[in-house]
Design a protein around this ligand. Structure first.
Ligand SMILES: [Zn+2]
Length: 134
């Protein structure tokens, strides 16, 4: 495969994914909603060792359902969300996939926190839906 590239809106943060991610997760939770300013986030998980970043992110330490830290990394210049590091899953990073240069070929296998989804959004064909986390 060819590596996937991504980055923030202003270009201060760039990254390379050195492995093809697994199918993605659409998250309707209120934290993703607020951070993105949109109605959901589209997330792909890769191993930490397959993620290479140039440029510095700032971090907002959020907390997940488990009470463990959820470190939300974003560009300090333009504010674009880049990735999340979840303390409960230390060897993986969760990429905010809208930051990729090319989303071609990516699919959503799962929708989570559907309890919070906008009621006019249509379920994604073929994706498993969970009321809260999977
Ligand atoms: Zn930026």
């Amino acid at each position: 495969m060819t590596d996937r590239e991504g980055g923030c809106l202003c270009g201060a943060v760039r990254y390379t994914l050195k492995a093809e991610p697994r199918p993605g997760v659409v998250c309707h939770c209120t934290h993703c909603r607020r951070q993105s300013g949109s109605l959901f986030s589209f997330n792909i998980v890769v191993r930490e060792s397959d993620y290479e970043q140039r440029g510095e992110t700032k971090v907002f330490v959020d907390s997940g359902d488990s009470g463990q830290p959820v470190n939300r990394h974003f560009c300090g210049h333009c504010g674009a969300p880049i990735l999340v590091r979840i303390a409960a899953a230390p060897r993986h990073v969760v990429i905010k996939a809208g930051s990729l240069d090319d989303i071609g070929g990516l699919t959503a296998a799962t929708e989570i926190y559907c309890d919070h989804a906008a009621d006019w959004l249509t379920p994604i064909a073929g994706a498993a839906r969970f009321a809260q986390n999977q």
